[in-house]
Design a protein around this ligand. Structure first.
Ligand code: ADP
Ligand code: MG
Length: 240
């Protein structure tokens, strides 16, 4: 579904991604971990071209997407992204937040988008919040709304950048539960997270990123029980 070839990114003279060659297949749930500043967010943001790669190629569903001729908005519709800070529009209701993109992009009529939004809100038990504003919601509710807002576009892959890092601890569970449900339904997912229990339960593959490279990756069992790279061993000894 996603292929990167020698992906590199530089900010000024800071090489943040140093050549990433990866393939993410349909249905995979890839968890990316690594120290702060190792390039995890930049990697994720390059996948849907929120950051433009300095060098290398990104392929999505058989098409090279870092190419002038590609309509990146079309591509992004198929890649849902969820951020640490929710990024809901504060001046729009929950319903408007969810229906904005599908209606604005002409993918659905207003009625279709409303129906879809209500169905999704129902699914997460927040239908009664449809006309609330984001500041009337808890952090966990906001993040779950952000997730279903992405789902409203029927994406083929979901990218999550530390979706629970800004949440109070008691809200983390409800967000991870929703993500796990998506995983079980077969969604292709790339998740940057520090939630190691989630990684062990849900990931088909865990990657360790350090200084702009994926230095080790494996099934969760092998990754956590038998890490090889000294940096990964050190990292795991600090967080587990
Ligand atoms: P991580 O998500 O692993 O913490 P990031 O991808 O956010 O790492 O950042 C990697 C490095 O790239 C950091 O040194 C950060 O300061 C730098 N960086 C990220 N985004 C930008 C940007 N827009 N402009 C300049 N430097 C950036
Ligand atoms: Mg980050």
């Amino acid at each position: 579904m996603i292929v990167t070839k020698n992906l590199k990114k530089v900010f000024g003279n800071n090489w943040v991604l140093n050549g990433i060659d990866e393939t993410i297949n349909k249905g995979e749930k890839v968890v990316v971990i690594g120290p702060s500043g190792s390039g995890k967010s930049t990697f994720l943001r390059c996948l849907n071209l929120l950051e433009e790669p300095t060098e290398g190629e990104i392929w999505f569903e058989g098409k090279k997407i870092n190419d002038k001729n590609v309509d990146i908005n079309k591509i992004r519709q198929k890649m849902g992204m969820v951020f640490q800070q929710f990024n809901l529009f504060p001046h729009l209701t929950v319903l408007e937040n969810i229906t904005l993109a599908p209606t604005k992009l002409g993918i659905m009529t207003k009625d279709q988008a409303d129906d879809k939004a209500i169905e999704l809100l129902n699914r997460i038990g927040l239908k009664e919040k449809a006309l609330s504003y984001p500041n009337q919601l808890s952090g966990g509710q906001k993040q779950r709304i952000a997730i279903i807002r992405a789902l409203a576009m029927n994406p083929d892959v979901m990218l999550f950048d530390e979706p629970t890092s800004a949440l109070d601890p008691e809200m983390v569970g409800e967000v991870l539960e929703l993500m796990e449900a998506l995983a079980q339904e077969g969604m292709t997912m790339v998740v940057v997270t520090h939630e190691m229990r989630f990684a062990k339960r849900v990931a088909t593959r865990v990657m360790f990123m350090d200084e702009g490279k994926i230095v080790e990756q494996n099934t969760p069992e092998a990754f956590f029980d038998n890490p090889q790279h000294p940096r990964l061993k050190e990292f795991l000894s600090k967080i587990l």
